[in-house]
Design a protein around this ligand. Structure first.
Ligand code: URA
Length: 249
């Protein structure tokens, strides 16, 4: 059963910062299963334990898991001088109880990238999905800037299958990518499956092939597939089945 630290749980439920909730716990006003608990790092099971603050019950909330079809023109950081944030479109009922910033994106998509973005409060799941050790597959649909004829398509697919070298970009050094799969559907449309997630990785891989990305959309993250009935910018909670698939990873 997944547990959460008492100070963190109270911070999520709106009792202030971790420092505030630490003070509250030490003051003796917090009870766990009826007994006063002054241990800030006590571990609580949200479905099994009851917590009260000054005798008032605290609603223990499960982690939340949201699938968004990110639209272009928004960023994954919380604040940006030029763009709106994906967090601006999260409805009050989904974010209100997580005032400590626990809701986060699993990895990032660029401002101009669309498609599957997972948002969750479950840090352990995020860690599993983005850890470079786990090689979780990510699928992208790409529209290229320049049409590639058949021999060019073959050349690009081979370079990428062998592990293509990408140039330095901003904070990220030059790097040889893990072997990946590029499949064409006509001269400008292709699907790329990669098992890592470096800064601007898809754009750098396509640039290393001598082309450019005109449009980029992520359609899958591990077993999770974008629900195409979500319009760009819309999101919904994961189904039980989608969540179970992710938790098996
Ligand atoms: N690779 C990119 O270049 N951009 C993204 O948004 C995601 C992967």
């Amino acid at each position: 059963m997944k547990t959460i630290r008492l100070d963190k749980l109270l911070a999520r439920q709106g009792f202030g910062s971790r420092r505030d909730t630490g003070r509250l716990i030490r003051s003796g006003q917090v009870r766990v299963n009826g007994a006063v608990c002054t241990k800030v790092d006590a571990h609580i099971e949200p479905f099994a334990d009851t917590v009260t603050v000054a005798d008032a019950p605290v609603a223990l909330q499960r982690d939340i898991y949201l699938m968004m079809n990110k639209r272009a023109g928004v960023v994954c950081s919380r604040k940006d001088s030029r763009y709106e944030s994906v967090f601006d479109s999260i409805r009050e009922e989904d974010s209100a109880s997580f005032s400590d910033g626990a809701l986060h994106t699993v990895g990032r998509l660029d401002a101009d990238t669309e498609g599957l973005l997972l948002l969750t409060t479950d840090g352990a799941l995020t860690h599993r999905l983005i850890s470079p050790k786990n090689h979780i597959a990510k699928t992208y649909e790409i529209t290229l800037e320049h049409a590639a004829d058949e021999s060019e398509q073959r050349r690009c697919a081979e370079l990428i299958a062998a592990g293509i070298g990408i140039a330095r970009d901003g904070p990220d050094a030059a790097y040889v990518c893990r072997p990946a799969q590029l499949a064409f559907r006509g001269g400008t449309h292709c699907t790329l499956v990669i098992t890592e997630g470096r800064y601007h990785q898809v754009k750098r891989m396509i640039a290393a092939c001598g082309n450019g990305v005109a449009y980029l959309k992520r359609t899958a993250l591990g077993p999770l597939v974008l629900d195409e009935s979500l319009a760009p910018g819309e999101y919904r909670a994961l189904t039980e089945e989608e969540l179970a698939q992710l938790q098996e990873l």
